[in-house]
Design a protein around this ligand. Structure first.
Ligand code: SAM
Length: 181
């Protein structure tokens, strides 16, 4: 498991400087489609798991300063920090999130889960960092995850799915809440 994580981190560290050039348009399309389904207000505290170069900050255009972007790749975070100096970037593994329980009102996890050796572990961590009245928004590549696989892993991590739909580019998207509060 460790080897896969090191390899993922090495790959994103090595490609960080051109990630935005290559993926900005694709990811913005995803964010537009996801955020047409949910409202965010200024007072919310949001965690972006596997947030990479902080494209969520680009999308939100500094609407709120309460977003924490965490990622295993130091170089991806460095790119993000160069763009958004005032924001919070944290180098952390999704399997060991260094945040208090029940801290975040929204947790976003876009195009990350395919890199994680055991999504169940990451989802349990996300579950404990999310507030009881919080919402998780997660996307997963359709070439690797079916609707039923997503339903299964969400259910095992004690989430109820509020909406599951296909984005126009490559991902299934899911909005979920904790079902054991
Ligand atoms: C395809 S990029 C997506 C980045 C960002 N969410 C976006 O929408 O642009 C995948 C990101 O997941 C991060 N990642 C992979 N495995 C991770 C893990 N175990 N914990 C935290 N981040 C991870 C990678 O370093 C990379 O930045």
């Amino acid at each position: 498991m460790k080897d896969k994580k090191y390899e993922v981190r090495r790959r994103y560290d090595a490609t960080a400087t051109y990630y935005d050039k290559r993926y900005w348009g694709i990811q913005m399309t995803k964010y537009n489609e996801i955020f047409s389904e949910i409202d965010i207000d200024n007072s919310e505290i949001i965690l972006d798991v596997g947030g990479g170069t902080g494209l969520l900050f680009d999308f939100m255009e500094n609407q709120t300063s309460n977003i924490f972007c965490c990622d295993v790749s130091f170089n991806m975070l460095k790119e993000g920090k160069n763009k958004h100096k005032a924001n919070h970037f944290v180098c952390a593994d999704s399997d060991h999130l260094p945040f208090k329980e029940n801290r975040f009102s929204k947790i976003i996890c876009v195009s990350v889960i395919q890199n994680v050796p055991n999504p169940q572990i990451a989802l349990r961590e996300i579950h404990s960092s999310l507030r009881c009245d919080g919402i998780l928004i997660l996307t997963a590549l359709t070439k690797l995850f079916t609707d039923s696989k997503i339903k299964e892993i969400m259910h095992k991590a004690s989430f109820s799915i509020l909406k599951l739909w296909q984005l126009s580019i490559e991902d299934i998207s899911v909005i979920a809440e904790k079902n054991d509060c």
